[in-house]
Design a protein around this ligand. Sequence first.
Ligand code: 5CA
Ligand code: ZN
Length: 409
Amino acid sequence: MHAWPASEVPALPGKGRDLRIHDTATGGRVTLAPGPVARIYVCGITPYDATHMGHAATYNAFDLVQRVWLDTKRQVHYVQNVTDVDDPLLERAIRDGIDWVGLAERETALFREDMTALRMLPPQHYIGAVEAIPGIVPLVERLRDSGAAYELDGDVYFSVEADPHFGQVSNYGTELMRHLSAERGGDPDRPGKKNPLDPMLWMAAREGEPSWDGGSLGPGRPGWHIECVAIALDHLGMGFDVQGGGSDLIFPHHEMGASHAQALTGEFPMARAYVHAGMVALDGEKMSKSKGNLVFVSALRRDGVDPAAIRLALLSHHYRADWEWTDQVLQDAVDRLERWRAAVSRPDGLPADALVEEIRDALADDLDAPAALAAVDRWVAAQTAEGGTDESAPGLVSRSVDALLGVAL
Ligand code: 5CA
Ligand code: ZN
């Protein structure tokens, strides 16, 4: 699949810091000091509805990871999927009486537009689940042949016992795992499973549902976790730097994915850091397609909201926090954007070299975007009140805010 066009990332003087980031698996911060090429996999959308602020906030977090790495003069190898066949997508298509392929294509196209407008850097590999199926089948066969997977009435399940490190991404207890598994696409109560938590790797073809050739597995479609793992291993290999997504993916998705990969390769860990963004809520509840309490990026754009203001609204919250989208959050961002633009539109200003370092320090410190915004606010306030004579300062601030925060002034 094609991704979306990259906005230019201005090169800044000097060099950024290595990123220290919170790792869900260890519960502490890890310093990521990859080689010349940093590797990141971020879970993509299930395209049955438009991009909402929750999605945008999560992708914003991982866009910052990329920007910090680029500022350390590394290349970034970024892979993202599109879950373009899955239960919720098929259910929505049936509900609305439309073709599921058309629905996925339409919503993926809109997502690309939203990402472009928000200046999110695109992945080098943007891969749909459907196009990944030929690579998924042999992995499931291998898991089955090695005893890490078993068949149940034609479906194939992964045995969580096959990975000695199972449980070490979420560190959740069995009861919570069971509860979340039922809530998030699993089937812990299905009779005949070896362990209630075992997730499906391959679902045998169902009447009225799309299916693909599964070789010795028979016709069917892949499970959700193996889809992401197949794509990640194919394009990044084991031991990549960051596995990313929202905190609702910690379990079962990232737990199971890591176990699939570890059982397949015998290597540990799949990723050096498991990084999770907090949940954005609306009216007191997590914004979600299933609940329908959504604010869409595309709707705000249609209403004439500057995407840079949307981006500033996202950046004003720490990526790990759960937070509430309100009109005030957006209004504050619109006002801030106006102040910043006025400050950099002057022909000269207060020296900004120290500001660049402050933004770098803030982002390297577990992506502390609110601290970075506060640093820019201080420079803007002083610049507005006093001004200065440094002719390069306004340009340097514009370029830094663009390169490190993805905000075009
Ligand atoms: N296709 C799968 C991942 S393989 C999926 O979870 N798709 S999604 O469309 O439901 O979500 C896409 C990304 O947005 C995920 O990382 C998810 O954790 C994140 N996300 C969903 N809702 C919210 C929310 N309310 N706040 C923050 N992030 C969210
Ligand atoms: Zn995923």
